[in-house]
Ligand binder design. Structure first.
Ligand SMILES: Cc1ncc(COP(=O)(O)O)c(C=O)c1O
Length: 510
């Protein structure tokens, strides 16, 4: 079938879906964010507030509500990266059928728990393979063997039509027309249906298809003229990690999407932070891709009314730490510099004193590797203007430095040090007030009597900072007096604690 007849059928199906899907869910809100400089209004469809915290219940229920009595009595099967699985589970329970659900072994834990919560005894989860595509192949084999109805996550008109109801709600909100819509794409079901509905209701709208950098299977299909399989798919944005898009979805997207773009994982992380700050919601990575694309093209959107779909918020809590770190890099705020200083008492304090007050230190990685010179790596959160001021200050202080923001050892916080070079070392954990200048003050107080030989600190968002510090001493007398020195520097920190004997032995490798 050609794209135009597919779109006609899809529009018809969306109207039917309207009558079915509100048996299990409600209309979701359309929030807006007004930005200045450049001025633009971003509309955000809040699918995270739906029954499964993603839009996938719409398509799954619309498809399964049309199953015959016989099909329902046998049960259904599907494969999913997680959110479609929840939709199928919800529909299976509501319709009183059973569902076998294949998911990749790496499916976030919270998506597995949610499938069980929504489906109860009606679902059986089978974890299989490392990707959606491997799970899908196994599910298709099983469907053929057991003669079960396969509920496709995207390449099915009824599923697509269900997803299209979110676009119907956007139109019915009365807040259109919109100048541009950014639609994220996995297999293409949501984008195809939304594009179909938006184009017919707002004919002047410009549609942008958004994919992850190593997930751009729809752009590849459009280029090739047919769906193609990507060799490698990045899974940070797990909801959209699809190796090969659908045949139906490709036809419609190729016809209706006006522009294609990709977003990096760091840009997606920055968009999650942006949505937290603006709306106090935390989307899952795939859910924030549209907003990431908007922020990327922000300058060219001046004066426009821009639409995005926040399509899900199902994510393991543990992922937040990684997102917070990446976000600073994605927003081009976090910059890591390796700065050369002499390896001698007071040098680190001198360096900290040189830094402008406006810059915040977010990460500090240093270990002694040379008797004469040191190269601490410091991560700063800085705007481009602050970064220029930082560089001017370092140049003014005659410090040599290199930017190491993209280096793997820095990203993984691999702190090199040579314990053999550390003279009579002592290690402490230090808790200090998170305020500009606190560390410099501390180092100033202790540096006449010790030399810093190890420094490990990352900003955690708390009001207090915690660092693991190593000091070395010119002689045993200085070493033994160190507790008194620390006591005399009390004004500069909250508490400290020497590491245990066994920890010290591990650190210095004995
Ligand atoms: C949060 C989220 N966003 C986007 C998508 C991509 O949807 P589609 O496969 O319809 O393109 C998915 C798919 O599961 C998803 O879970």
């Amino acid at each position: 079938m050609e794209s135009e007849s597919l779109q006609r059928e899809l529009r018809q199906e969306i109207l039917h879906a309207r009558r079915r899907i509100y048996e299990v869910g409600e209309v979701t809100p359309l929030d807006s964010i007004t930005l200045r400089d450049p001025a633009l209004e971003i509309f955000v469809k809040r699918e995270d507030l739906s029954p499964i915290h993603a839009y996938k219940w719409r398509g799954a229920y619309n498809r399964m509500a049309q199953l015959s009595e016989k099909e329902l009595s046998v049960g259904v099967i599907t494969a999913s990266a997680g959110n479609h699985a929840q939709g199928v589970a919800l529909a299976a329970r509501k319709l009183g059928t059973r569902a076998i659900i294949y998911m990749p072994l790496s499916t976030p834990r919270m998506k597995q728990i949610a499938v069980r919560r929504h489906g109860g005894d009606h679902v059986e989860i089978r974890l299989h393979g490392d990707s959606y595509d491997q799970a899908s192949a196994a599910a298709h084999d099983c469907a053929a063997e057991e003669d079960l109805c396969y509920i496709h996550a995207y390449d099915d008109l009824a599923v697509m039509a269900g997803q299209g109801t979110l676009a119907d709600e956007i139109v019915m909100s009365g807040r259109g027309p919109f100048d541009v819509a950014y639609l994220q794409i996995g297999g293409g079901g949501m984008a195809a249906a939304t594009a179909t509905w938006l184009k017919v209701n707002f004919p002047g709208i410009h549609l942008v298809g958004v994919e992850g950098v190593h997930q751009a299977s729809m752009a590849a299909a459009v280029k090739a003229g047919h769906p193609v399989s990507l060799d490698h798919v990045d899974v940070f944005c797990d909801g959209t990690a699809v190796r090969k898009v659908g045949t139906l979805t490709h036809k419609i997207c190729a016809d209706l999407i006006d522009e294609w773009m990709t977003v990096t994982n760091d840009e997606v992380s920055a968009a999650i932070q942006f949505l937290w700050e603006q709306l106090r919601c935390i989307p899952e990575p795939s859910g924030a891709m549209g907003v990431a694309a908007i922020l990327k093209q922000r300058e060219q959107l001046a004066g426009k009314r821009v639409l995005s779909i926040l399509c899900g918020s199902n994510m393991d809590f543990e992922q937040l730490a990684n997102i917070a770190r990446r976000s600073a890099v994605g927003a081009a705020r976090r910059r890591y510099l390796r700065i050369q200083i002499p390896e001698k008492a007071g040098a680190m304090y001198g360096l900290l004193e040189t830094l402008p007050n406006s810059v915040s230190i977010m990460d500090f990685q240093y270990g002694k590797t040379d008797a004469n010179k040191a190269g601490p790596i410091i991560g700063f959160d800085v705007s481009p203007i602050e970064f220029d001021a930082l560089r001017d200050a370092l140049t003014g202080g005659h410090y040599e430095y290199q930017e190491v923001s993209a280096e793997s050892d820095v990203g993984f916080r691999l702190i090199h040090y040579d314990p053999k070079l550390m003279q009579i070392p002592t290690f402490i954990t230090l808790e200090f007030h998170e305020r500009p200048g606190a560390l410099a003050e501390f180092l100033k107080a202790v540096s006449p009597h010790s030399n810093l030989c190890y420094f490990n600190y990352v900003y955690s968002g708390e009001r207090v900072g915690r660092a693991l510090l190593g000091f070395e001493f010119a002689n045993h007398q200085d070493h033994d007096c160190f507790p008194q020195v620390l006591d005399s520097a009390r004004h500069a920190y909250r508490t400290y604690e020497p590491v245990s004997e066994s920890t010290l032995l591990r650190i210095i490798g004995i």
